[in-house]
Write a protein that binds this ligand. Structure first.
Ligand SMILES: C[S@@+](CC[C@H](N)C(=O)[O-])C[C@H]1O[C@@H](n2cnc3c(N)ncnc32)[C@H](O)[C@@H]1O
Length: 263
């Protein structure tokens, strides 16, 4: 699955606002005064996590950014001075172990865990546990959406969307919104102390472009499921986009962040 740089750029301000500040502070405290530290960011995209987290970590922390999209990685490679950054173009499904090989003092990701399969998640947790490496994962979709004002079709459309989220995104059948509960549960079972905090997207009339892109993406995904009658879905789409244009729609999209430390 590919992610356009335009989409990642559009969502970045909402992501940045949404990130749970308490968890960022706890990650920062865990590494304060430690030098040098090596961070590995999985599915780095255009560098959203390095931009959000690097200012809270020791100034000379070195980052390895891993993604299978070379064009996104080249955008990400401008986020830090070159001597502190290594970009690795790798398929994380095939080469996860290579991506997080030492040195790695902290593994991070954002907007990734809902795309992966349960077996890949277990592989990741196995590697983190074997190496005793802390893990910060931001912006995992939890399956909840709230549109205001509401519409009777919102709920069935979200259910269809969440079903679509389980389709293979390159790692096998995706966890989709189940990731939000399953990831902390599996990390705890593997002996990690896990803190979870909310990081919901709140999108109002100031970001119509993001709201339109999000709603259009949802409608396209829901149409593929065949679960909503096309005329109903079309009418919902029109009414929602009209409401965005009139500055009358707000959206909340549920996400969680987590910070897990080996005991
Ligand atoms: C939703 S984007 C998130 C990007 C970035 N972390 C952010 O928060 O903006 C998911 C990222 O995972 C990457 N990705 C998806 N499948 C991958 C795979 N099999 N191997 C490596 N990266 C992958 C995509 O290229 C994309 O950059």
């Amino acid at each position: 699955m590919t992610f356009s740089s335009d989409w990642l750029k559009l969502r970045e301000p909402a992501d940045l606002r949404a990130r749970n500040r308490i968890l960022v502070a706890h990650v920062a405290a865990a590494f304060a005064g430690k030098v040098p530290i090596n961070v590995v960011d999985l599915g780095a995209g255009a560098g959203a996590t390095v931009k959000a987290l690097a200012p809270h970590l020791p100034e000379d922390a070195r980052w390895r950014l891993v993604d299978n999209d070379a064009a996104l990685l080249s955008l990400a490679s401008w986020t830090l001075p070159q001597e502190r950054l290594e970009a690795r173009c790798l398929d994380l499904d095939r080469a996860l172990e290579q991506a997080i090989e030492a040195p790695a003092d902290l593994v991070t990701c954002s907007a990734l865990l809902d795309l992966v399969s349960e077996s890949w998640l277990e592989r990741l947790i196995g590697e983190l546990g074997a190496r005793g490496v802390p893990f910060y994962a931001a912006l995992t979709y939890d399956g909840s959406t709230t549109l205001t004002p509401g519409d009777p079709l919102d709920e069935p459309i979200t259910e269809a969307l969440n079903q679509h989220q389980h389709r293979d995104k390159g790692f096998g059948p995706a966890l989709g919104p189940d990731a939000a509960l399953l990831v902390p549960e599996k990390l705890k079972a593997a002996g990690f102390s896990v803190e979870v905090g909310r990081s919901d997207w709140l999108i109002d009339d100031k970001e119509p472009e993001l709201a339109n892109a999000l709603l259009t993406g949802w409608v396209d995904a829901v149409a593929e499921t065949g679960l909503i009658a096309p005329p109903d879905l079309g009418a919902w789409r029109k009414a929602r986009l009209d409401a965005v244009a009139a500055g009358e729609l707000t959206l909340r999209v549920g996400h969680i962040d987590l910070f897990a430390r080996p005991n």
